[in-house]
Design a protein around this ligand. Structure first.
Ligand SMILES: Nc1ncnc2c1ncn2[C@@H]1O[C@H](COP(=O)(O)OP(=O)(O)OP(=O)(O)O)[C@@H](O)[C@H]1O
Length: 229
């Protein structure tokens, strides 16, 4: 579903990605680890079309990023989901769904929000009263409402408390069971082991490790990470 072929990217002559290649299948959760500046966000931004690669190719399904229209296939959950504080969760979802070309009834909007675990008494409250975890649930509801096939996430559990992280992990697994692809940059080794099907480790712009998450525990991954980066 996702394919990176020999992607390179430099900023002002400094290489940020050095010939990065990988594939992610439907229903997979790919967690990308690596130190600050390793190239995780750059990889995500290239797939989202926010920045252009210098060389290589990126595919989402059979569509090529930068060549075909891939916008409708993707959703993006950044560390802090950008929503309108003076609108309710349901109103934000309605607004962003319409932007993506979808018009839903109030009960359909509520269904999307309920699927993410956002409690019904919160759905019609203003976003300004939401916690970070609740905002992320609205972000995930937007991804569901626009029927995105691939959800990119950049450090989504950063700053979440353990309960919110656990709820977030559960939702991600449900999304994967629905056949969605999740591609996540994270510093959270323990959550990556819990969540991922595949774990990638980046170092200085290269994807230096790719591991099956079932074959490693958190202690082993932590050790390997420290030896690798
Ligand atoms: N807009 C930009 N202009 C110049 N250099 C940039 C830009 N964005 C990223 N870089 C550089 O590219 C490299 C990769 O950065 P990137 O943000 O992809 O890393 P990262 O792994 O996501 O780091 P972090 O964990 O801090 O988010 C770094 O050296 C960074 O300084």
């Amino acid at each position: 579903m996702l394919k990176a072929i020999n992607i390179t990217k430099s900023y002002q002559g400094k290489l940020a990605l050095r010939i990065v290649s990988f594939e992610v299948a439907k229903g997979e959760i790919f967690c990308l680890l690596g130190q600050n500046g390793a190239g995780k966000t750059t990889t995500i931004n290239i797939f989202l079309g926010f920045i252009k690669m210098d060389n290589g190719q990126a595919f989402i399904g059979d569509k090529e990023v930068g060549v075909d229209d891939t916008n409708h296939l993707t959703a993006y959950i950044p560390e802090t989901v950008q929503l309108y504080g003076n609108l309710t969760g349901a109103e934000n979802l309605d607004f962003f769904s319409r932007l993506a070309g979808f018009k839903y009834t109030t009960s359909e909007l509520e269904n999307f929000l309920t699927k993410t675990g956002l409690q019904s008494d919160a759905q019609h409250k203003r976003l300004s009263s939401y916690s970070k975890g609740m905002r992320q649930k609205v972000g995930i509801a937007v991804a569901l409402a626009k029927n995105a096939e691939v959800i990119f996430m950049d450090e989504p559990t950063s700053g979440l408390d353990p309960k919110a992280t656990s709820e977030f992990t559960k939702i991600c697994k449900e999304l994967a069971q629905m056949g969605k692809v999740i591609f996540m940059a994270t510093h959270d080794i323990f959550n990556a082991v819990e969540l991922a099907t595949t774990i990638g480790i980046m170092k200085e712009g290269s994807l230096v490790q790719q591991l099956n998450a079932n074959e490693i525990d958190a202690g082993q991954l932590n050790q390997l990470y420290l030896e690798t980066i």
